[in-house]
Ligand binder design. Structure first.
Ligand code: TRP
Ligand code: ZN
Length: 866
């Protein structure tokens, strides 16, 4: 650890929040766009708030001029790395005029105003607006924006900003301009500007109250044909928000822009969402079923922010989950309404475990509402987003859907136009239901995934069944001795012969330990606990395997059927690692799932597999067993091979039965069939060479990316002799489509083969790889680190060294994306000492790099401190 704490490594604390000294009545921005010398003129009407010091945030800005009420103060302004302080004293209201110069062309951080493939675009959340002009860049300062953009007509024929268009016209010197007005007061982080050579895919939407809204998706010329699905998802989202939450859209125009260089998924700028192009563009030939699904979810997510985030925003960045947890919960509700709810929930929970439980169990654990941060960009985490959504789901479960709707209605009525806190959010539910939520509020303050232990007892004579549930919230960095949470445990009972003994009931666990008694039961029930994953907890120990077999075969709750399959798989992995053969009881139980006509193919596809290496590793770690990645890999491989062998005939039959006739549609039903077909293919391929013949045929015949990519993956991951040739064919067909090239990189980076590091290293030199593009970097380096446990955890440390080299290289250009990826080391504590030492050495190497960014340094030092 360093002992000199530089000013930029000092934390910001929730307890230090103070309302803004100065507020803003109006802002006018004029952009004179040029790639390396853009001029920004701001005219801001300030009004005294709390009063006191007047300081404006600003970074990497060249001050040209500044005036207060028309008086030039340029020479008297004091500037430093973080901002500007103009000379005092100041009247209670005044006009600030300021001109700065910025350099979008050399902005590699992709924050503020930058260029992507010649297009100008902005990313302001969380604190990027201060790289555009001097401003009180905090979310509780909201105002009306007027924006004028001037640019070269040929290079940037399309000029966009938030709100509604006002005027546009020609200027001398081959330039032109456009003016935009956004009537809704907003914080600076929701500001957006786009200028470039773009074409739009258009549609309209009529709101519930009959207003027509123009919808436009802006893309590079040539990509228009890949917008239809995103547009359809947008219209469905708009309708859904009217029906489910009573929320109508509030401008005459809603626009989406797709950009190739983007740090995250997408951004909800008011009336002008900006998206990573991978979450907009889709065609059957270039996008997989999973891509379509993600596009639908992310389009919905950003659209829903219009009310949960934009109309009602966050008071400060500690309240991030106020908008993100809620908006994730809303997009989850939408997706499960649009698709099979159970299937959707199963994959959601598996992601929650893979990302959030992982975070909560490691050195980066933090509460859903953190209490301090060094770099706010490091807190756009699985905990804030996914656990934040789970907390709202629990609230929904505890008070029921009607009371939940009364609460959200009150929230919109009471807080529209405000910058709010979690306390405001909880208060509307207390007022709408009369329920005291003070214990529930602990979910926002306590980090760590609770463990729930279960003991049961059966009194044969009286027919009384007793469940004793106990909870324990683990210690996490700088947080110990935690209080009991409110835990809704949705529970049902199944008889050993499969009959339902009790439909779902929500047990409320509020104490460290509680006893629940059930009488009048005809036989000892098998409890089906935590149905639908009603609380984000770990059940420990899992049910005995006899019970799991009953639940896998008969549970009336499909989510818990899948859960039983998962728990069983983990148990088998344990036994295989201890030297046992893969038991036939397991392959037979999964064989029954495959044969069950009543089950949805999409559901079967999720259940029919061995647990992943990551799942087994996390499970071992949660029981304090140190992980040897090679052993886990071997066990999982043996399980998959056993499954493929034992079921080869039914797998082959199902594979053929899942063929979808007719043209491709991304609808859930055919997608489910493709998922099951490809699952069969994958199991067959890991068991025998015949699977590879099927893969070869599928690859040659495929008319969709889903089918083509799944087949190619089997060829490459199982080292088919013709794998290299297939990869080349795929590459030459798709080399001009950046999103497909990403898939080509990912597939190679995740190959569980001996020579993969050499291949990935060679790919870093390939003309199709561009390490400065975040999607490309994540596809090759990120996927190698996150989805190739065998190679990343290589015994000689070569995987760690390779990834760290690249993280250090990217950090100099793009700290935000680097810091996120540096989290690959958060699981260090899971592994055996040899791996831990190697990983810590690489983390130390980063910490010892003097020029390491503030973002990455925070992450690395938190990881090293534990
Ligand atoms: N608010 C965005 C969302 O959840 C995500 C976001 C935060 C973001 N910071 C960002 C996106 C920086 C891109 C870059 O939808
Ligand atoms: Zn969001």
């Amino acid at each position: 650890m360093r002992n000199d704490v530089s000013p930029e490594q000092t934390p910001t604390r929730l307890v230090d929040y103070r309302p803004p000294n100065w507020r803003i009545d109006h802002v006018k921005l004029v952009f004179d766009l040029a790639p390396s010398a853009t001029r920004v003129r701001a005219t801001i009407r300030f009004r005294k708030g709390e009063g006191g010091e007047f300081h404006l945030h600003g970074r990497k800005l060249t001050l040209v001029s500044a005036a207060i009420d028309g008086r030039d103060v340029t020479a008297d302004c004091v500037t430093d790395r973080e901002g500007l302080t103009p000379p005092g004293p100041l009247p209670d209201a005044f006009t600030w005029e300021c001109e700065v110069e910025i350099d979008p062309a050399s902005n590699t951080e992709l924050e503020g105003l930058y260029q992507s493939k010649g297009m100008f675009c902005t990313q302001c959340e969380a604190e990027g607006f201060r790289k555009i002009t001097f401003y009180p860049d905090r979310p509780d300062v909201m105002t009306v924006f007027d924006v004028r953009i001037e640019a070269d007509l040929i290079a940037s024929p399309v000029l966009l900003s938030n709100g509604n268009p006002v005027t546009q016209g020609r200027l001398p010197g081959g330039r032109h301009f456009a003016e935009w007005h956004d009537p809704h007061p907003k914080p600076s982080y929701l500001f957006a500007l786009v200028a470039g050579n773009l074409v739009s895919f258009d549609d309209t939407f009529t709101t519930a109250s009959g207003r027509a809204v123009d919808l436009k998706i802006w893309v590079r010329p040539g990509d228009e044909a890949k917008c239809a699905f995103a547009m359809d998802a947008l219209k469905r989202s708009m309708r859904w928000d009217e029906e489910a939450y009573g929320r109508e859209y509030d401008l005459d125009l809603f626009q989406i822009v797709a950009v190739d260089d983007f740090n995250m998924g997408a951004m909800e700028n008011k009336g002008l969402n900006i998206f990573n192009s991978k979450y907009v563009l889709a065609s059957p030939e270039t996008a997989t079923d999973r891509d379509f699904e993600l596009i639908e979810t992310i389009i919905a997510h950003e659209y829903f922010h219009n009310w949960t985030g934009n109309r009602i925003t966050c008071r400060d960045w500690f309240q991030l989950c106020l908008k993100e947890g809620l908006t994730v919960f809303r997009d989850q509700q939408f997706s499960s309404d649009e698709r099979s709810a159970a299937v959707h929930r199963i994959s959601e929970v598996s992601q929650l475990r893979a990302r959030q439980f992982r975070e909560d169990a490691g050195p980066l654990a933090h509460p859903v509402r953190p209490e301090e941060y060094i770099e706010i960009n490091n807190f756009y985490t699985a905990t804030v987003y996914e656990k934040g959504a789970e907390v709202i789901r629990m609230l929904h479960t505890l008070i029921g859907p009607e009371a939940y709707r009364r609460g959200t209605d009150l929230y919109f009525e009471r807080h529209d136009g405000q910058a709010c806190t979690i306390e405001d959010w909880l208060k509307v539910f207390e007022d709408a239901t009369g329920r005291d939520l003070s214990q529930f509020a602990l979910w926002y303050r306590q980090a760590g995934t609770p463990k729930v232990t279960v003991q049961d007892d059966w009194d044969e004579i009286d027919g009384v069944y007793t469940l004793t549930l106990a909870q324990q919230v683990p210690d996490t960095p700088r947080q110990a001795d935690k209080a009991a949470h409110v835990l809704p445990i949705s529970t049902g009972f199944i008889a050993r012969d499969g009959a339902e003994l009790m439909p779902t009931e929500v047990l409320e666990l509020t104490k460290p330990q509680q006893v629940f008694r059930f009488s009048g039961l005809p036989s000892r029930p098998v409890p089906s606990l935590l149905r639908g994953f009603s609380a984000p907890v770990i059940l420990d120990p899992p049910r005995p395997s006899e019970d799991l077999l009953v639940l896998l075969a008969h549970d009336t709750d499909p989510f818990n059927r899948a859960e039983a399959g998962r728990a069983l798989g983990l148990d088998i992995a344990d036994r295989v690692m201890a030297g046992a053969e893969v038991p036939e009881a397991w392959t037979a139980a999964l064989g029954n799932v495959l044969a069950d006509e009543a089950l949805d193919p999409a559901f079967k596809a999720l259940v029919l597999d061995a647990p992943s290496i990551d799942e087994v590793s996390a499970d071992l770690a949660s029981r304090q067993v140190l992980v040897d990645p090679d052993e886990v890999h071997a066990a999982v491989k043996a399980m998959r091979a056993a499954l493929g062998e034992a079921m080869s005939e039914p797998l082959r039959q199902t594979y053929h039965a899942m063929e979808v006739p007719g043209p491709y549609t991304p609808d859930p039903e055919p997608a489910g069939k493709r998922a099951l077909g490809n699952r069969c293919l994958s199991l067959l391929a890991s068991a025998s060479v015949n699977g590879l013949d099927l893969a070869r045929t599928q690859f040659d015949a495929a008319d969709s990316m889903t089918m083509s990519l799944a087949a190619l993956r089997e060829l490459v991951h199982n080292q088919a002799p013709d794998a290299a040739e297939a990869l080349d064919r795929f590459h030459s067909k798709w080399q001009t489509d950046p999103l497909v090239v990403d898939k080509w990189l990912m597939l190679q980076a995740s190959a569980p083969t001996e020579d993969v590091l050499a291949k990935v290293t060679a790919l870093t030199e390939h003309p199709s790889f561009d390490w400065k593009n975040p999607n490309k970097f994540r596809s090759l380096i990120g996927v190698f680190a996150m989805a190739n446990p065998l190679a990343f955890h290589a015994k000689d440390g070569s995987g760690y060294a390779f990834v760290t080299d690249w993280l250090l290289k990217l950090d100099a250009l793009n700290p935000q994306t680097t810091a996120r990826l540096a989290g690959v080391y958060e699981t260090c504590g899971r592994y055996t000492a040899d791996r831990q030492d190697l990983m810590r050495a690489q983390m130390q190497r980063m910490a010892d790099t003097a020029e390491l960014s503030k973002n990455t340094r925070e992450i690395v030092e938190r990881m090293l401190a534990s």
